[in-house]
Design a binder for this molecule. Structure first.
Ligand code: NCC
Length: 272
């Protein structure tokens, strides 16, 4: 796979895009009428996009201003901004949430201001070849009640669900371009976030996804817990994701390892 250029890899990824669940994907389930009729970004195009990985290495990075200078900023799960602006910025356009964050009481999904007035995309792992109809009956964490409640309270909200089958399309892309065998666990929110943005941005800068020289045992910038598995992976194929995205990166080594971001060209900037 090392023979493939960044451009060839991205063109391949373009053919297995992350897609949002549509009404027509959902039959005989109350969820159906709560799915937004509009598409994720409609026809909006962004020039510069930033993805803020929640890594501990963002602490004391001073990257806030450069992150906020992007047209769109994507964050994950319950990663806070308040009190961390200097390092992670204060702008949030979109959050990618795993289904634990939507369902577990500790995250107060329906009450928290963290999830208001932005675009939300939630995903839940399905088994590899499970049809959507089965996943709807038996998601890993039952995110549907809170999804419907959120959309009911604010019918204008932009809250989307990832089509779980498209997650496995991206997994196959990862496996097809990795030298080792991956377990059949879905990619992390980080890699899904990249897949979600690439069709809409001229380029995507991912901050502290590929670890810089600030790399630390700390899991998150917002939490003192130490756990190197957060950066290199246990359940998610994180190391494979990061090696491959580094391979697709077009920023110079100083940007990647000193400043702390990789740059991936958006699909519309490619010649496929
Ligand atoms: O930790 P998490 O991930 O919320 O981080 C979001 C994304 O940032 C990148 N990251 C994070 C930490 C780190 N040291 N290096 C990184 O590169 C990863 O790309 C990651 O995807 C998830 O992917 O949704 C995940 O969510 C957490 C957890 O559920 C939520 O934070 C809510 O508490 C998972 N941890 C556990 O379930 C214990 C994590 O495995 C994946």
């Amino acid at each position: 796979y090392m023979d493939m250029t960044a451009n060839e890899l991205l063109c391949q990824l373009k053919d297995s895009p992350i897609s949002m669940l549509k009404r027509e994907d959902v039959v005989k389930h109350p969820l159906r009428e709560y799915i937004p009729k509009r598409s994720l970004f409609e026809n909006k195009r962004f020039n510069s996009c930033a993805i803020v990985a929640s890594a501990g290495a963002l602490k004391n990075s001073n990257l806030g201003a450069i992150i906020d200078s992007h047209d769109l900023v994507l964050r994950f799960n319950h990663a806070p901004v308040k009190g961390f602006e200097k390092d992670v910025g204060k702008k949030t356009t979109i959050r990618v949430l795993n289904s634990q964050v939507v369902t577990k009481d500790q995250f107060k999904f329906l009450g928290s201001n963290l999830y208001k007035n932005i675009t939300l995309v939630a995903w839940d792992p399905s088994n590899y070849s499970t049809p959507i109809s089965e996943w709807l009956q038996k998601p890993e964490f039952n995110l549907f009640p809170n999804f419907m409640e959120f959309r009911k309270r604010d019918p204008k909200s932009r809250f989307f669900l990832v089509n779980p089958q498209s997650i496995w399309g991206v997994w196959r892309f990862l496996q097809g371009n990795s030298p080792s065998r991956l377990r059949r666990n879905p990619p992390s929110s980080g890699f899904l976030g990249l897949g979600i943005l690439l069709p809409h941005c001229s380029f995507v800068d991912m901050f502290e996804y590929v670890p810089s020289t600030r790399v630390t045992r700390r899991c998150h910038y917002y939490d003192p817990e130490e756990n190197p598995a957060c950066t290199f992976g246990v359940w998610h194929p994180l190391a494979a994701e990061k090696l491959l995205t580094y391979h697709m990166n077009c920023a110079d080594d100083r940007s990647v390892f000193q400043i702390g971001f990789i740059r991936i060209l958006g699909f519309k900037s490619l010649n496929c």
